[in-house]
Ligand binder design. Sequence first.
Ligand SMILES: [Zn+2]
Length: 386
Amino acid sequence: MSTTSVSKINGIDHAIPHYGFELADYETIASRCNDITYLTDVIGRLESVGVIEEIKAKGRPTKVRKIQLLLEENKYLQTTLWGSTALQVDEDFYEKNTSPTIVIVTSTIVKTFRGEYNLSSTTATRVYINLKIPEVARVLDKLNNVTVSEVKELKIDRPPMIPDEELALRNRKTVAEIKKMEWKPETKEILITCLCKVNRIDNKFEWYYIGCLTCKTKVKLIGGSFWCERCKAEPKFSVPTYRIQIEVSDTIDSTTFIVFDKEGEQLTGKTAKELADMQDENLKDNVLPREMKAIVSNEYIFQLRLNDYNLKRGLENYTVSKIFEPHVSQEVQIQKETPANSEQNTEDEQTFTQHSSMSFSLPIEDVESDDDDMPIKLLCKRKRYT
Ligand SMILES: [Zn+2]
């Protein structure tokens, strides 16, 4: 990793601060995947800029913009700029700038999406465009003979944003209806919602497993060290990861739901690691943490992802893909019950049902994990001067 420190260049604005970047190369970026203890600075040629979108992250509307960089290793890297960071690149940047643009984005965290690495901004992120420093000149020169260099608009392939209030009502089924659902050859997976009460947490298989931090797959212990079958490697980090088996029921029938990591965090308000660490102190195996017992007898709207396993093989253990508080859909329901709106809303309902399996196949959380606007206090930048 190279470290560039720039003291002073004649002829430029003195208001520009003293830069100290730790620009990560592609290999370094790859090695930091999902490792939030590093903040990563990156340099690349700006290839495309997306429009500013407004999405919901952790229940709040948040601005987001994607940019695509070409790194000097000739690899493309998408970077997601969140919140006010999104505004650091002008709206019509790709229209105004036709010459090669070298961008430095600082203090990002490395994630994966659809098997590709991408960067996500933090509250500390700054975007620097065409800085007059040697590192920029070097990258510009290096990428000079690599294809076209005009900054383009980044086209974003994203399904329309659906508010929680609507999602929580979509494709609503009772437990009995879920159990009776049948598999059709054209079905890959179906998303449905279901209002249920948590009756019991089944701790037969424990409420967490040790997972690879990169892919969340359960790691195996082979010859005294961990192994991730999915990454085909010894995981760099392995952490307690939720797999909570809950017995639920509606007014008529009962079944079993499986809650994984992110939704587990939502239910307990703590990460699996936090709870596992706390539990070690009391050291009572197979005892459920208090935070987890607290969800028993609560009602939630569960969104379930039904797949071959459930539909074709008729097995229960439905995977929970989202959890909503029951009140989230109440307002909408009340509105729908008022006569003035009833006709319009019936139409809406039908449209939802028609499109449900299609537009649902890519919920927003898969496109964007929503822990991106991570408070800076959770992150510490490890400086390494070599
Ligand atoms: Zn893995």
